[in-house]
Design a protein around this ligand. Structure first.
Ligand SMILES: O=C(O)CCC(=O)C(=O)O
Ligand SMILES: [Fe+2]
Length: 372
């Protein structure tokens, strides 16, 4: 018998076709709000009718801000006959015609038949952990549990981020900004998995930023030495992990004009080409000179974080995070990823999955003993 999830379990992440037309909807990106899932199986089955009625009656709960609904339908007729329908905001369906998602969540054993489907409701918190599982006949309890969570959300800690001031001195921050201004930046893409390959895509709706890639070896060495001396020991002390490698040497610029630079909610290590990344590092170069542009971690509530000029915010690459739109001025930042020797091996192994356009060079070891 397949394993159904229990309260406290992490809901597994998956990609699946969605009724919206997206052939690979990334479920993990829906985090940051309460999620009510309905494992319907074939949604036209008479046992599902009360559940679909309940959903319609409580449609107003699903606003995409505090809560959203995801149904899982296994029968292609559900779409053709209009039994399931996307309604934005808040109501979406996965088309699980091969049963993969249903199996992952224990709603289905092998084979595809109505008789061995276990329809049920699942309530997830904003970090995608299970709050409650309810039989299909107990939809009223599922809705009540959702309403209770909206009224009084679980208390989570602040986002597990580490703020480390004084990594780059003000003159170095200024020098990096001047370098960007002299050389200019290039439109910045993001990594996505397509047909088994990690490719770089540009989409200004998702991310709008320009990056200058630092090629000067002596400047890289100065940056490396400061990270090794002033930052890595703090990561070791607070997070118990020693970084030995750094990826990306660049000055990034989010411009408040031209549509407002931003980077919508994402994780940094969910493709094969980025799986080696452990911690992300944001070093702001001019924290007092712009509005907006703060970091937030939607799984952990609305609090925002802004590293001071020359200081770092460090966070796990697995956390959902967003760089909010800059609404005035320009935000400059130095944005490396940190990893270790295990990561270096993984990166090497996964180079074969990087599309030629996205290929980047493995980086040398950062030693921790060289003072700046
Ligand atoms: O702007 C930031 O501080 C974070 C940037 C980011 O999340 C990224 O480049 O992956
Ligand atoms: Fe990121």
């Amino acid at each position: 018998m397949a394993n159904l999830l229990l309260p406290g379990d992490q809901a597994p992440w998956f990609h699946a076709p969605a009724l919206s037309g997206n052939p690979r909807y990334a479920f993990d990106t829906a985090a940051g709000r309460l999620i009510l899932m309905l494992f319907a199986g074939p949604a036209a089955h008479p046992a599902l009718a009360p559940a679909l009625r309940l959903l319609a009656e409580h449609r107003g709960l699903f606003d995409d801000r505090y809560a959203c609904f995801f149904g899982v339908s296994t029968d292609p007729h559900d779409v053709l006959e209009g039994t399931v329908e996307q309604q934005l905001p808040g109501i979406r369906w996965f088309l699980d015609h091969d049963g993969a998602v249903s199996r992952l969540y224990g709603a289905l054993d092998d084979g595809m038949s109505e008789t061995n489907y276990r329809p049920h409701w699942l309530l997830l918190d904003p970090t995608l952990r299970v709050c409650g599982r309810f039989p299909i006949s107990a939809g009223d309890q599922a809705i009540a549990a959702l309403q209770a969570q909206i009224a009084a959300p679980d208390i989570y800690s602040a986002a597990p981020v580490l703020v480390v001031p004084r990594v780059f001195e003000p003159a170095l921050c200024r020098r990096l900004i001047e370098l960007y201004e002299a050389k200019g930046g290039e439109d910045s893409g993001f990594m996505r998995e397509e047909n088994g390959l990690t490719v770089e895509r540009v989409d200004h709706h998702h991310k709008r930023r320009s990056d200058y890639h630092i090629e000067d070896d002596s400047l890289r060495e100065q940056l490396r030495a400061r990270l090794a001396r002033f930052l890595l020991p703090q990561i070791k002390r607070a997070l118990g992990w020693q970084a030995t490698r750094i990826e990306r040497w660049m000055v990034a610029c989010y411009d408040g004009d031209n549509g407002g630079g931003h980077f919508r909610a994402h994780r940094d290590n969910t493709t094969k080409g980025t799986a080696h990344r452990k911690f992300a590092c944001t070093i702001n170069l001019n924290a007092g000179e712009y509005d907006g542009g703060d970091l937030c971690f939607p799984e952990f509530g609305p609090a925002t974080y802004r590293a001071p000029t020359g200081g770092a915010v460090i966070f796990s690459c697995s956390l959902l995070h967003e760089a909010q739109p800059v609404t005035r001025g320009k935000r400059y930042a130095f944005l490396p990823f940190l990893y270790d020797e295990d990561g270096a091996r993984l990166r090497e192994t996964n180079l074969q999955f990087l599309a030629a356009s996205a290929t980047s060079q493995p980086q040398p070891t950062i030693t921790t003993d060289a003072p700046a």
